[in-house]
Design a protein around this ligand. Structure first.
Ligand code: ADP
Ligand code: MG
Length: 228
């Protein structure tokens, strides 16, 4: 699915103090499963996600998605990929404050409105929202419920790849585990890439990539027979 070849990303190329966020990273990700990217703050985790999801360009090297280079592709091609193939979850939920849980989830849908509303309700209930919470605005929901809405929104178009950047960082342990359970379930059929600096939420990943100062320091595959 994803292949990084000598992927390098340097911020502030034009300045004296260059920042190497990714140094010559080469690796291959499976077609499906739960992939964890772990490392301290500032080690380049988010940059990896941004370059893989075409939100940022590499400085040098290449990233292939299903065998096709996705570095330096046209803006219209990026948008299509992001809309139809990728889903995103961030540490902050970025929900629209004046829209209800269902309306927030529907926002990103690429299908007709009526169908989208039904689908949003189903996903939200599956993920642990209660019926009476579906029509509440974010301010009336708990932090855990808000993050579930953000996850439902990210899943609306059945993305082939779900990118989650510190999705549990603002949650308590109980909610963090519930969110991880849902992501693990989604990873049975699709690729889920979870960035974290918390080892405890990365139990039972199919692959764990450890990054340190822009480099991959280790790749761990607990059970190589389980992934494609
Ligand atoms: N927009 C930017 N401009 C300049 N430097 C940046 C920018 N974004 C990130 N960096 C730097 O790149 C390095 C990697 O950052 P990041 O990918 O955000 O790491 P992580 O997600 O692991 O915390 C850090 O040194 C960070 O300060
Ligand atoms: Mg980050």
């Amino acid at each position: 699915m994803f292949e990084l070849k000598n992927a390098t990303m340097i911020y502030d190329m034009d300045k004296e103090e260059k920042v190497y966020a990714m140094r010559n990273i080469s690796l291959q990700l499976p077609d499906k499963g739960l992939v964890g990217i772990i490392g301290p703050s500032g080690s380049g985790k988010s940059t990896m996600m941004y370059t893989m999801s075409t939100m940022k360009n590499l400085t040098s090297g290449e990233i292939l998605y299903n065998g096709k280079p996705i570095t330096n592709i046209k803006e219209s091609e990026r948008q299509t990929l992001r809309r139809d193939e990728f889903g995103f979850i961030f540490q902050r939920h970025y929900l629209v404050p004046y829209l209800t849980a269902v309306e927030n989830a529907v926002l990103a849908a690429n299908c007709p409105k009526k169908e989208a509303v039904e689908k949003a309700r189903k996903i939200l209930l599956d993920i642990g929202l209660k019926k009476n919470e579906l029509d509440k605005i974010p301010a009336k929901l708990s932090g855990g419920q808000r993050q579930r809405v953000a996850i439902a929104r990210a899943m609306m178009n059945d993305p082939k790849v779900l990118f989650a950047d510190e999705p549990t960082a603002s949650l308590d342990h109980e909610n963090a585990y519930l969110v991880m359970d849902r992501l693990r379930e989604y990873a049975m059929e699709r690729l889920v890439i979870v960035i974290t600096h918390d080892h405890s939420i990365l139990k039972s990943t199919d692959m764990t990539i450890e990054v340190w100062d822009g480099s991959v320091s280790a790749v761990k595959v607990p059970d190589a027979t389980k992934i494609a």
